[in-house]
Structures are given as structure tokens and as C-alpha cells.
Design a protein around this ligand. Sequence first.
Ligand code: GLU
Length: 481
Amino acid sequence: MTTTSQKIRTRIAPSPTGMMHIGTLRTMLYSYFFAKQSEGEILLRIEDTDQSRKVEGAVESLEKMIAWAGISYDGEMTFQSQRLDFYKEYVEKLLDNGTAYHCFCTPERLDEMRKAQQAAKKPPMYDRTCCDLSAVDVKARIDQGEKNVIRLKVPRSEDISFDDIVRGRISFSTNTIDDQVLMKSDGFPTYHLANVVDDHDMGITHVIRGEEWLSSTPKHLLLYRAFGWDAPLFAHLPLLLNADRSKLSKRQCDVCVEDYIAKGYLRDALINFVALLGWNPGQGSTEEIFSMEELIIQFDLAKVHKAGAVVDSKKLNWMNGQYIKKISVKDLYRQTLPFLTKKEFYDSTEHSEAFITKLLTVEQERLETLDGIGEENQFFFHDISTDKELLRWKDNSDAETLEVLERASEILTATDEQNWTRKKLEELLMDAAGEKRGDFLWPLRAALTGEKRSPSPFDCAWVLGQKETVKRIAAAIKMLS
Ligand code: GLU
């Protein structure tokens, strides 16, 4: 095992199989926090040996997301597919020392074997037909051009144990481990071989990865042993779960980081949220808002939870709202504009920056995603038609409602531009309302919005501006007279 006096070196080893899942973001963040807090290094290696799973554009998307997350890795990004000769060289060593062997079984034969095992209710495992072929035989078959793969010779009836940083002591019986394919017939290494050879070659001290890789670890430990190398330390991160505790699928694209961004979640909020999926500072702390710098200092790999972490979208919305509250209105405007331009109710020729900025000032307190801009308050963007019933507060008469609106109109018409501020409007209208707040404010608010729920009438008047405010009140007055 690696000693702790060594410089810590972690890696991010994504496979370019599609858009980035939030589980991958979490693995990256934890690896990054851990490396940074110990002044270690973090490398980036693209595990692209499975050509059939490769997705066009996935590497670019990974790079983009890594940069977006603010993760700076050390050295150059490497690609396993560009090092095929390197893995060949290493697998030869295993063939030479007898820990790996050539297997000539055809896919059809393997399929029959599996079916027979299934019928006999036995776990599907390679039956080792090719394990003890003589060297002469093997050479002759290779010379004849017979297709073959290279398998690891897994010792039988042994326990492979290791101390996982998160999960503690873990043991697997080798009897449950198949003779893994290390090199495919097309000369491409499998994940297991390439992963172990690279982690060793790159001097990785800590392998941090999702729990779904846990069952691969005994295979990897056998490979380290077969090569005569020390293994790194392992930390397997808990599964991510849906609210109903089912496993969060990798294929569900609504859990892709790009998708969250597209829905209007802020970078810092997403990072904060993802960092807390499986870890929190503990010790009675209820603090939940952490910057990247704070996470680097406070994160503790040894305190990552074993139990699956539920991805709670309500919590994410709450957290995003906290971050939205913290940024300046100017920044909020900049970040919401791309969302706003896609809205049907928005017209860039009609709705000025000043107007949107006012709207955001009012919405900022309650906005949970950037995409939510204007959604709840569309009456700001187009003409409204309010109905008489809505204008009435409790059982007030039309005459009483009319009187209120006329008074409001008078006050607001007399207010000069300088006084058309959030604060001043609130003061003026609250004064006018006196004790009877509902009687005064409700009809005014309904006249301005045509809605049962909306921001306060002062805020609405402020955003709408004097001309539109007076116009809307006049329309309501007309309806009542
Ligand atoms: N390539 C694997 C993945 O896509 C990496 C597993 C590991 O970290 O060993 O997650």
C-alpha cells in the first residue's frame, strides 16, 4: 500500500460516453478537493478504450464542464486510446509470468457456455477451457491467425481484502471473480487493464470513484499483484439516488450537468449542492452554503458517507435561490438574459434593460432558477384584463372599490419621476391605506396585475412605471364606473 508521506496524486478518469452525469461531477470535485487540500496533484485521463461506447463530442463536453467547474488539472489530458502499444507491452509481462493467458473461445462458444450455466442456475463464469493450453499450441493457433483475447488467471479460493477509505474493510472471494478479459481481440485493452496500468504509471496514490466500481477493485488488486506493484488507496463514493431511493440512472439526461445549467442553476450552487451529496462537515454544523475555497479546506474524504445520497431537487432549488439572492442585480441580469430571450412573453424591442433590472430586483428574493424569470409575473410583459370580482376586497361594494382606485390614481399621478422609487411608493401607498390595508392595497394590486397572487402593489407600480400604472388603474376604474 502507498504510504501517506508520498505526495498525494488523484485523477479524474472519465469515459467519453455522453454528457456529464452529476455523479461524475461529484467524483471530480471530491478528487479535486482532496488533491488541493493536501497540495497534491490531480490528473485528467480519458478512458476511451471501449470504442463502441464512444460518443461524438463527449470529450469536448467533458473539457468544457471541467473548465466550467473551475477544476484545474495538472499536466496534459491523456487518452488511453493513444497508448495501445503501452498496454500491449504490459500484458506481455503477465503472459510471461503466467498470470494471464490467451483465450481462443469464440463468442458463439462463450454464449453457449453462458446459456448452459444459466440453465444450471450457476453464475456465468468463463470455464477456463483455454487456461492450460500448451505454449506450443498457443503459438500455433496465433500463427494461424486465430482470433484470441487475453484473460487474467484469477487464483481460486482466496480472499482479496482492502481498506476502503469510505467503506472500511472489504473482502471478496476470488471464487466469484471471473477470469477477466484484459486485452480484446482487436488489440484494445479493457477498462481493467488500462485503468491499473495507467494508475500505476501515473503514480496515482488515491483512486476516488463511484461505488459502481467497487466490484472491479478486487480484480484491480489482483492485477497490481500480478504486476508486482503496490496498489493505490481506494475511496468508493456512495450511490446517488432518486427521491424514491432508486438508483439515479446514468442515462437519465435530466441528471446531466449541462442539463442543470440549461435549466438555470448557477455554477456555484450546483457545485455546492453536488459536493454535499454524500458528505457534510458534520460535528453539529448545519452550515450548507460553501464556496469552492471553503470546500477545499473543509472536505474530508474519510467522512464521506457510506449510505446512498438522495438527489433532492427541492434542496437544489432552495440552494440555487440562496445563490441567486447573493449576486448583484447586474450579474443576475447578465445571467438571466439568455433564458429571458427564449420566453414567449419577452420582446427585446419592447422590454428595456432598465425594466428587466427592476423586475429582477423584485423577483430576486424568491427566484429559484434563472429560467424562472418572469414566469410567475407575466402580467408585467403584456396588457392585462382584470375582472371586476377580482378587484373587490372581501365584501366591499363597487363604489368603495372605485373610490380606492380613484384615490390611488390621484396619488400616483401626482408622484413625480424622482419619487418613483420602491421605497417612496411603499411609503405613499401605505400612508394612503392607513389602517385599512386590504381595502386599499388589494384593489390596487388586482388592477395592476389581474392576478390573485403577485408582488406587492408598490413593487408592481415601480416595475411598470408611472404611465403603465396609471393606465392600468384607469382601465379598472372604467370597468367599475
Ligand atoms: N472510466 C471510469 C468512469 O467512467 C473510471 C472508473 C475509475 O475511476 O476507475 O467512471
